[in-house]
Write a protein that binds this ligand. Sequence first.
Ligand SMILES: *Cc1c(COP(=O)(O)O)cnc(C)c1O
Length: 444
Amino acid sequence: MTTAHPPRAADPRRRVPRTDAVLAEPELVAAAARLGRDRVKRAVAAAQQRARDGVIDPSGVAADALAALPAAATGIRPVLNASGVLLHTNIGRAPLSEAAVAALGTAAGTCDVELDLATGARGVRGASAVEALRRAVPGAGAAWVANNGAAALALVCAALAGTGREIVISRGQLVEIGDGFRIPELIESTGARLRPVGTTNRTHLRDYADAVGPDTAFLLAVHPSNFVQRGFVSEVSVRELAGLGPPVVADIGSGLLAPHPLLPDEPDAAGTLAAGADLVTASGDKLLGGPQAGLVLGGGDRGTDLVERVRRFPLARAVRVDKLTLAALEASVAGPPTPVREFLDADPAALRARADALAADLAGAGIEAAAVDTAAGVGGGGAPGVELPSAAVALPERYAAALRAADPPVLGRVADGRCLLDLRALPPSADEALARAVRSVRGG
Ligand SMILES: *Cc1c(COP(=O)(O)O)cnc(C)c1O
């Protein structure tokens, strides 16, 4: 080819590889399969421009494009939870078990979520997940799943009281759950009327009894899951409320299905139904350890009928869960123990041994690290005040910000001028990645 002003052979612009040639590199073919060809092409074009501008060598275009591309087609990045908070809402609450992740993969394609393969007719949506819940919660005659705990509660209120009927609730249970959302406002948004009884610190059975009348739809017990009241306080138990006559709905919050010895004050679904609640609502991604979901469990004949009313209510269609949630929920309820369960059951001595090993390893690499005993917490608006004995690797405070920028990012917690990497909410299999992340930001 002849041009009027041929560039000199040393001009890097002559050596910038053609787009097709770069896109044919095996690593970029793989990236295109992962991320889409358009996105990869844009990265290649940007790298070619950098080569023309002399910022990089033309031989490095493919590598430069590859380095600019993310590992996955989602902008959401996995974060190592070294915060010592088991359920951290900002990082997605409960991590799923491998069994639940595998179930997500199974349900991701077309699947029999609502098809009876024997007859070829429409089946009960998520029947196996509902069955797993009923088996896991003795006393649950019926179950239904909504998008989250708030949706489950709102749906129950709308279906049973949305025509302006009254929901009787203790003043001590008019709680704000997080990010400015308040249970009483959520309930009133459904058209139901709240009938608060008692006082902030003390409510008695006679307060409820006095409020019950022809307009009463149900009595609502909301577990104050993100705060504790101490001192001159009293609330009425679900068992006592059940004796008053109207249906009792209990929002237990955390989704603990059966009692846990470390969480004596946390109500569980089976125990709450056994105490006489007709309906229990709960989250799927708190202590249950599953995906974001809202459970509605019905006990006894009346509760079973109420679940059917809730399920048939028009709003139910607007808050129904997808097949992925149903699959992951079933695997979390019926499969091997969830990560959250394993974090709860972790032996503090084993946590300390992991912290000792990590600290020794990092100190060996010249990093100022020490193992310390700590207190972890449940979080996610659950089990307030409960301290779970734990262990952490303590680093200089500056590591906290640097580790959030690491790959993968690590969320620690800052206390007393140190960055603590708490091991209670991390599986042992993550220790190596944690150490690698610390080494990668040392001095950063
Ligand atoms: C967390 C919580 C909710 C809200 O549940 P989400 O699943 O977050 O929507 C409602 N009530 C109580 C008591 C809770 O603890």
